[in-house]
Design a protein around this ligand. Structure first.
Ligand SMILES: *Cc1c(COP(=O)(O)O)cnc(C)c1O
Length: 333
């Protein structure tokens, strides 16, 4: 795959490490667990959106944008990192925040919300849950255009075929690293949200004829619609890349058993998983995405899902700033 033909900015100067989690692997008694540390990517606080933004911001700049607009939940990591990338590029940034949990927006909340303020967001537009986010962002864009400005809209999670190229690039990076480490990974586990990460990794692995199974742990949508979303993006990405070997629908594996009461709502298992990884490996997961994905992986290990495999790799997609708005839930336990 030739990714060099797509314009790209660089926000991380190195390949993120792949670490063996010795103590966690021993405690869980299953396969050896490795972790790809994408929580250590560049921009303020790191996390998976940094990779997507390398391609999205390059596209925005090539179109002469002076402002980026994106959207997310009230504690969105994607919004924090889009704003950070805009700061780096000298662009302005506006955020449209969706109150997926009614009344959840608090102008003075900590975590990512505090960072929106610290990084100097131009404006925050708050809308109710289930709003048409594309239409809401378009409204903001139209108002800016009327003032003679040049807005560029980045979809939620940065998950279109441009942003997802970041995870095709990550798949390439991982395969090269694993080769250098002389490490044969049997299974990859990812968090499956707006689908760019899952689709990008799967398309990248398949496109390089390295058919390592990828399991996605859902944190929002049910299995059916999540599988559709991942598949749709895999098809668009494969077309953009001109791939002969695109992922098939059967390659998309999604579990929706670890969502609990809904997006961003804490589960007991998430709290256990975040604590266990903190206390065995000193690695911070997050309450909305990787904590639930880790809870899923731990449950699947216990149920024997990975039996017969030696080495599995968990992709740590970041998100720790959100921990600081869930302190009550953690102290309560
Ligand atoms: C956005 C996000 C995800 C989900 O990635 P998608 O590409 O949206 O599926 C996982 N973890 C963290 C920390 C995130 O911010």
């Amino acid at each position: 795959m030739n990714l060099s033909r797509f314009p790209r900015r660089r926000y991380t100067q190195y390949a993120t490490p792949i670490e063996k989690l010795e103590r966690l692997s021993t405690i869980l008694g299953g396969p050896n667990i490795y972790m790809k540390r994408d929580d250590l990517l560049g921009l303020a606080g790191g996390g998976n959106k940094t990779r997507k933004l390398e391609f999205l911001m390059a596209d925005a700049l090539s179109k002469g944008a002076d402002t980026v607009i994106t959207c997310g939940a009230v504690q969105s990591n994607h919004c924090r990192l889009t704003l950070a990338a805009a700061v780096k590029e000298g662009l302005r940034c506006r955020l449209v925040l969706e109150q997926r949990v009614p009344g959840s927006y608090d102008r003075f909340a900590g975590g990512n919300n505090f960072l929106f303020h610290l990084l100097g967001v131009e404006a925050v537009h708050v809308v109710e849950g289930d709003s048409d986010m594309m239409a809401e962002m378009q409204k903001v864009a139209d108002a800016l255009k009327a003032e003679g400005r040049k807005p560029y809209i980045i979809p939620g999670g940065g998950s279109n075929e441009i942003g997802a190229l970041g995870y095709v690039a990550c798949a390439q990076e991982m395969l090269q690293q694993l080769f250098e480490m002389d490490l044969d990974i049997d299974h990859i586990i990812v968090t499956s949200g707006s689908a760019g990460t899952h689709a990008g990794v799967l398309t990248g692995i398949t496109g390089q004829n390295a058919p390592i199974p990828v399991t996605g742990i859902g944190i929002n949508r049910k299995k059916g619609p999540q599988t559709e979303a991942v598949y749709d993006l895999c098809c668009k990405l494969s077309a953009k890349l001109g791939l002969k070997n695109a992922p098939a629908k059967e390659d998309i594996v999604v579990f929706d058993d670890y969502i609990g009461e809904g997006y961003s709502r804490p589960t007991k298992e998430m709290i256990e998983a975040v604590k266990l990884v903190a206390r065995t490996e000193a690695i911070l997961l997050d309450p909305v995405y990787t904590g639930k994905a880790m809870a899923g992986m731990m449950d699947l290990i216990r149920k024997g899902y990975f039996d017969g495999t030696r080495n599995i790799l968990f992709l740590h997609t970041g998100g720790s700033p959100a921990l600081y708005v869930y302190t009550k839930e953690f102290f309560a336990d």
